[in-house]
Design a protein around this ligand. Structure first.
Ligand code: ATP
Ligand code: AMO
Length: 477
């Protein structure tokens, strides 16, 4: 009655026989009578020892110590306390004294990359992907090599922890939404119109017509509101045909979207979203403390994300941001203020200013200039240069955009025309009909899941927060 799915992390220091299935992290023959294995499960390592003694033959010792690294084996043995803690293991105070070893799945003798080399932090990006060495002369595999061999790269302790954080963000988002009575929706990703307007859209051949990959669920989540669904959310891929080769742009990313009606003011929805982020970020810290500590060994900023005080998000207006930057010597011209958004450098600087002044890495800017927002955004009724729209930031970089939406058909068509879009264009018709048929006031937002993970952990590149990243250069693995 062995349990082949036994996990090392469940072991106690009670001496007993276990059977585990694990990967060989390292194998070595110490002598004709002694060999060591380092075994790995989800990035966690434990040492296993095999010594020649009835009925274990010298041949068994040779076989065990000669196992190909990364093979998957089934080991039966006795859990014991080692004489001294095993410093190279994750579980240092226990080891397995092997009775039996079976090969489950043999790994090739030559791997394109050693998992232990991918554990060496941090991957430094170079234009030519030239070999790099650390201070001890050991090779550092570049990010490109790691991503080319992503399956091996996912096996490192750090990657394992990062993928748990991604899972946590998605879980916490859905948890909060469901608790608030929001309905989980699944909108089409093959669409007939460029959702966000503009040209950042992938065309697909759709039988005899042209279709597109959805740039966001924007039009559909609003159509669900028109369909009386009141409070909806979605977790789904978002496609952007942007030729942006930056540390934070992907061409496909996981979008966390929500849309909600309100009674009196869009700030009801804004506050809902602020509480959502405070919930996600604080619960990540609480529930994933072990993973964060692991990631911190490679990315030291992982553990120092500053949450806003008193559990409430810090909210400023866009113009407050302009003023804070001006105080720091960064002045935007009158035209820049209303027609441009902050540049990436300005955003980062503002992030630092806000961290210094308000002691938080998460904050919200409300009332962005109308000129920089998409056509469905509601203008500020008290000053049409601005809009009822907001961006959320982590460590000075954008993680969410959202707004009150125009729900009046005349206003909506006007807004489209003013942004150079044709309301009579095929594909917009169904969306616009929803407003002709009546639609309650609503607001919402879209979050980039990979960016939340990246900025929460202080990772240098969004690709590290994507399982199999897609960017302008990369369509595989
Ligand atoms: P979005 O607004 O689509 O949610 P985002 O705000 O992060 O995402 P963009 O609005 O496309 O991205 O651009 C924001 C900033 O990113 C810009 O200020 C720009 O400086 C920078 N950026 C975008 N594309 C590139 C690029 N190809 N190279 C360098 N920087 C870029
Ligand atoms: P926006 O275009 O700002 O808004 O996208 C929402 C959020 O998605 C993330 N994001 C990205 N992540 C990785 N790579 C990219 N290329 C990329 N582009 C955007 C960011 C961003 O804040 N329909 C609106 C949302 C709404 O108003 O509800 C929209 O799509 O974190």
């Amino acid at each position: 009655d062995v349990n082949p799915t036994t996990r090392f992390t469940d072991f106690t220091d009670e001496e007993k026989e276990v059977t585990v299935v694990a990967r060989v992290d390292n194998a070595r023959v110490q002598s004709a009578k002694l060999a060591f294995l380092m075994l790995r499960q989800q990035g966690q390592k434990i040492q296993a020892v095999i010594a020649a003694a009835e009925p274990i033959s010298r041949q068994m010792i040779k076989f065990t110590g000669g196992l190909n690294v990364n093979s998957i084996v089934q080991v039966t043995g006795l859990i014991k306390k080692p004489e001294i803690p095993i410093s190279s293991a994750t579980i240092q105070h226990l080891e397995i004294h092997i009775h039996k070893v079976y090969m489950i799945s043999e790994a090739a003798q030559m791997l394109p990359m050693q998992v232990k080399d991918a554990e060496r932090p941090p991957p430094v990006e170079t234009a030519d992907d030239a070999p790099q060495v650390d201070s001890e002369g050991a090779p550092i595999v570049t990010l490109k090599t790691r991503l080319d061999n992503r399956v091996l790269d996912l096996q490192t302790e750090t990657s394992q922890a990062i993928t748990w954080i991604s899972s946590g963000v998605a879980q916490l988002f859905s948890e909060y939404m469901i608790k608030s009575g929001s309905r989980w929706i699944f909108t089409p990703k093959l669409v007939g119109a460029a959702t966000e307007g503009g040209s950042n859209v992938f065309e697909v051949k759709y039988f005899k017509r042209t279709g597109y990959l959805a740039q966001s669920p924007q039009l559909y989540k609003q159509m669900c509101i028109a369909g009386d669904m009141e409070n909806v959310f979605e977790i789904a891929p978002v496609f952007r045909a942007e030729d942006s080769n930056t540390h934070r742009h992907l061409t496909e990313f996981a979008g966390l979207d929500f849309e909600k009606t309100f009674d009196h003011h869009y700030h009801e929805v804004l506050e809902f979203a602020e509480d959502l982020l405070v919930f996600i970020l604080s619960q990540l810290k609480e529930r994933y403390a072990a993973q964060i500590a692991t990631i911190q060994k490679s990315y030291p900023k992982a553990g120092d994300f500053k949450l806003p005080k008193h559990g409430k998000a810090l909210r400023l207006n866009y113009m407050d941001g302009v003023a804070l930057l001006k105080e720091a010597g960064v002045d935007m011209s009158e035209q820049e203020r209303f027609e441009n958004d902050f540049s990436t450098a300005m955003e980062k600087q503002l992030g630092q200013i806000i961290r210094d002044k308000y002691d938080t890495d998460f904050y919200v800017l409300d009332k962005f200039p109308m000129a920089v927002r998409p056509f469905y955004t509601k203008a500020d009724p008290s000053d049409a240069r601005f809009s009822n729209s907001y961006d959320f930031f982590m460590r000075g970089e954008e993680i969410m955009s959202g707004a009150q939406r125009i729900n009046d058909i005349t206003e909506l068509e006007e807004s489209m025309r003013s942004k150079g879009l044709d309301p009579t264009q095929e594909g917009f018709e169904d969306y616009l009909n929803a407003f002709r048929q009546g639609c309650p006031p609503h607001a919402g937002g879209g979050l980039g899941m990979n960016r939340i993970v990246m900025f929460f952990l202080g990772l240098p590149n969004v690709r590290l927060a994507s399982l199999f990243p897609r960017d302008p250069q990369r369509l595989r693995p």
